[in-house]
Design a protein around this ligand. Sequence first.
Ligand code: ADP
Ligand code: AMP
Length: 217
Amino acid sequence: MQLLIMGPPGAGKGTQAAKLATRYGIPQISTGEMFRLAVSAGTELGKQAKACMESGKLVPDEVTVGIVRERLSGVDCAKGFILDGFPRTVAQAESLKLILADLGKQLSSVLNVNVPMEELIERAIGRRICKGCGATYHIKFNAPKVEGICDACGCDLYQRADDTAETLGKRLRVYEASTRPLIEYYKAVGIYNEIDGRQPIEKVTLEIISILENRGA
Ligand code: ADP
Ligand code: AMP
C-alpha cells in the first residue's frame, strides 16, 4: 500500500497519516517532520531548510527529493508507506514517479484532505506538537488530557515556529501556487480521492479507511 496524503497546511494530513500508519503497519514519511528534526539537530540539511521553513517557503526541490529518495529505499518501506507533505510541486511528483519506478513501485492511492481556508488558520494556530514523539494535538479540537503534556509519552508540547498567522498566510499562498496543481496532476493519473476534512478527526479516518478498503489500494 503506497499512499499519498495531501492537502493545504493544517488540513489534518499528519494526524490522519499517523492513524493510517498504525492501522496498516507502514511508516509515515513526513518531509516537514524530517526537516524539523534536522533543524533541531543542527545538521547540514537543517541549515539548508531552516530559513525556507521559517519564512513559509518550500525547501528547494533537489534537497527535498534527495531525502525522500533515501528514505523510500529504507527496508521498512518495502511493504508500503504513507507520504505526508510530499510531493508539494509537480516537479517533485515527477521525481517521485521516477524514484518509485526504480524501486519497482507506484502510488496506489492519493487522498486529498479538503478544508476551507478559515478553518485551516484556526487549526494551524492551535496546533501543538510533542517534543518527544512528534504526536500532534490541538488546543481545542484534540486537546491533551493535561495541558501542554503529551498523552502518549509525557513530554512537553510545543508550538511550531511557522504556525503564526503571518507565516501561515505565506504558506497558504505557496500552497495555492505550487501544490494545488497536483490535484489535476493526480486526477489525470486516476488514483485521486477527495476527502471531506471538515469532519471530526475520527470521521475523516473512517472515510479514508472506507475508500482504501472498499476500492483496494
Ligand atoms: P497538516 O499535517 O495537514 O499540516 P495536522 O495533522 O498537523 O495538519 O493538523 C493541524 C491541526 O488541526 C492539528 O492541531 C490537529 O490536531 C488539528 N486537526 C487535524 N484534523 C482535524 C479535524 N478533522 N478537525 C479538527 N481539528 C483537526
Ligand atoms: P509541514 O510539516 O508539512 O507543514 O512542512 C513544514 C515546512 O517544511 C514547509 O512549510 C516547507 O518549508 C518544508 N517542507 C515540507 N515538505 C516539503 C516539500 N515536500 N517540499 C518543500 N518543502 C517542504
